[in-house]
Design a protein around this ligand. Structure first.
Ligand code: PMP
Length: 433
């Protein structure tokens, strides 16, 4: 483990946007402190450079005999292989390119076998909570510690009747509290009861190595834009069987192996049984290449160093916030439970949205406020009614929290500025709006 803090600050992963100057309410300006990596992380300079170097040569994949088309096809397929290595997939696993985590989980929902039951905790992001509308869904209560999470799942799976196909969907790291979930134990529990499990790694993969093999999950989903690549590309990786047994997610060119007109006027189609089955249409080659480039950059920089650096920043953040009694940090598993570089809190007397707006206008700090597309979880943490409706985005209602998040490229100064700003606003508060 690396402990030297200078070495940690030197993790060689420059991100874009580090020098952007933004206006302040007092007429001055300041270098922007992006502390909203959990929403979208800034792209790595290396990813941008790789994409720019490829851009003059790109062509459509899987379609042409031309040199650039062949080159692009190689690049696209090598990107798949790079991502499989990054995720430590099993040899038979498939890597399907999608648009995002949301898209990946909707794809999996589309391929569920008939009669499949789905088990999901109420604490999940909506992308993991909502796609299963065609299945029988059991929503599990928010656990108060990791052991309770496993026990709750085991009980629910043991109770199910009849014993058909089942899927568990669980996050690796909460997008609200940043807390790590006991994925390996949940996977073991799922398998012991004949169920499969998909890991929502949208928040885990950018902060922590993910090994499909070691965690024992059947599928993993994540988004490029949270893993230091640009918007518009994501991944679903894992077992091939359910994917290959289902109708294509999108019907169209590329997914079909043969298409023939029938005498009765209809069309006969034979679908591919490879990843192409769910990748109809011209794929986002640049997006796929960008994800692979980010995966390679993270691996080469040394994920251990990134994890250690984030731990250091989280410790600084926790120590700084602990000195401000008006701040309440949101946690399900207790404050000592390990978390990635994501933390949410509320400030006594303050409306969270106004607090976040003040951080932006007066200190040039970008954080997220609201319910973080995880309404039941935030309500449970804030003591609100989990059944009441809410808005996605940043509602003006008082039922909202503030989320600060960071990762590769976050300098100490941003975290220190944030702590200083919280202290100052609290001293000046309460809410003036
Ligand atoms: N799961 C988690 C845990 C998330 O944090 C997010 C994004 N906030 C998603 C899923 C959805 O990701 P995307 O918006 O890229 O589809």
């Amino acid at each position: 483990a690396v402990t030297d803090s200078d070495a940690l600050c030197d993790v060689p992963l420059p991100v874009l946007g580090r020098d952007v100057t933004v206006p302040l309410a007092d007429g001055g300006e300041i270098t922007y402190a992006a502390l909203d990596y959990a929403a979208s992380a800034p792209a790595l300079q290396r990813v941008w450079d790789d994409v720019a170097a490829y851009a003059p040569y790109y062509g459509s994949v899987h379609r042409g005999a031309g040199y650039l088309s062949q080159l692009s096809t190689d690049l696209f397929e090598n990107s798949r292989a790079e991502i499989a290595r990054f995720l430590d997939c099993r040899p038979a696993d498939q890597v399907v390119f999608t648009r995002s985590t949301t898209d990946s989980l909707n794809l999996l929902a589309h391929v569920l076998p008939a009669g499949c039951e789905v088990f999901v905790f109420e604490t999940e992001h909506h992308a993991a909570l909502l796609p299963w509308s065609d299945a029988r869904v059991t929503v599990l209560d928010a656990p108060r510690d990791p052991a309770q999470a496993v026990a709750t799942l085991e009980r629910a799976l043991a109770d199910r009747e009849p014993y058909g196909p089942a899927l568990v969907c669980v996050t690796g790291a909460s997008n609200v509290t940043g807390e790590l979930w006991p994925v390996r134990d949940l996977a073991a529990a799922a398998h012991a009861h004949g169920a499969r499990i998909v890991l929502d790694a949208a928040q885990l993969a950018p902060h922590h190595p993910v090994s499909v093999r070691d965690l024992g999950v059947d599928w993993v989903a994540f988004s490029g834009h949270k893993l230091y690549a640009p918007f518009g590309s994501g991944v679903l990786a894992g077992r091939a069987d359910w994917l290959q047994d289902a109708e294509p997610y999108l019907a169209g060119g590329g997914a079909s192996r043969t298409v023939a007109r029938r005498a009765d006027g209809g069309v006969d189609v034979e679908w591919h049984t490879t990843v192409a089955r769910h990748e109809a249409g011209s794929p986002n080659v640049i997006g796929a290449y960008a994800i692979a480039s980010a995966c390679k950059a993270l691996t080469e920089a040394g994920f251990d160093r990134l994890v250690a650096r984030e731990r250091q920043l989280i410790a600084t953040l926790r120590a700084g916030l602990a000195e401000v009694p008006a701040v309440r940090v949101l946690t399900l598993f207790g404050d000592d439970h390990p978390r990635v570089g994501v933390l949410s809190f509320v400030v006594e007397g303050w409306n969270s949205s106004r607090f976040a707006a003040a951080l932006s206008a007066e200190y040039g700090i970008g954080v997220r406020d609201g319910l973080f597309c995880a309404h039941p979880l935030v309500r449970a943490l804030l003591g609100g009614d989990p059944a009441a409706p809410g808005e996605c985005g940043a509602p003006a209602s008082s039922l909202a929290a503030i989320r600060v998040s960071f990762g590769a490229g976050t300098p100490d100064e941003h975290v220190e500025r944030f702590i200083g700003a919280v202290r100052e606003l609290v001293r000046r508060g309460p809410d003036r709006g």
